[in-house]
Design a protein around this ligand. Sequence first.
Ligand SMILES: Nc1ncnc2c1ncn2[C@@H]1O[C@H](COP(=O)(O)OP(=O)(O)OP(=O)(O)O)[C@@H](O)[C@H]1O
Length: 276
Amino acid sequence: MATASVYQVQTSPLSEAQECLLQVVDGDEEPVAAAVAESGLKFRIRDLRKVSDAGVSILNGINADIPKGMIVGIIGPSGSGKSTVLRSLNRLWEPPKGTVFLDGRDILDIDVLSLRRKVGMLFQLPALFEGTVADNIRFGPQLKGQKLTDSEVYKLLTLADLDSSFYNKNGNELSVGQAQRVALARTLANDPEVLLLDEPTSALDPISTQNIEDCIVKLKKKGMTVMMVSHSIKQIQRIADVVCLLVNGEIVEILSPDKLSEAKHPMALRFLELSS
Ligand SMILES: Nc1ncnc2c1ncn2[C@@H]1O[C@H](COP(=O)(O)OP(=O)(O)OP(=O)(O)O)[C@@H](O)[C@H]1O
């Protein structure tokens, strides 16, 4: 039954990686199947390739269907292309070859600023603008000529698990963990549909990490699609619905987070062994 629902949203031949995803969905991941069936795909990535200026292959043909409302963990050895995949999805790096569809539209046909509003991104280290937390949160909407009310700013603070006392604080008075949550609130002010998270907690202590993870899970429950690069296998197991293993610019496996030990690719296995 689950398989039938999943196949309904597949309109083209499946790559090996997508077959893996379907196997996960078809197995004991009923909620995942339901999510795919009900809400379809957010991203459809086809043959995404990137070669550096020096002629080195960075991405070697990424194919993936990313369902709406899921947390997709991306793991893999350093230099395997994880950040490059994320940056290609909101055109921080132009995808030079291949196609990325967002809600069925080629991202090259979407105005880049609108794309980056829809597809927000957080990095390892938050970079706040000068001014108060409220100034930072208001920044994106202001660019569109929209002024957020105080209550809208407070609501965004709450979403990012920050209390109202942060409203007037200056960016440079914050810890890295607090600044990361402000960066999250600032991203959410643009009302994104997707969050790309590039190791967003790697510089944070366990409590700040948990705060950010709680926010991510809450956002997913509200329908947000999240793609998160992390070097922490435990983190991926805590919050991801599905995990992509990237090796040498290719997705070599897609697995359920509780079945990472069943990875078959030797590089993936070694990476998992060393990480656990
Ligand atoms: N601006 C750039 N110009 C040329 N090559 C780059 C550039 N940025 C990254 N690369 C190369 O692309 C490859 C993939 O880099 P990327 O940052 O995507 O890997 P990653 O898997 O995210 O690594 P890490 O886990 O260390 O962050 C690496 O070999 C890197 O040296």
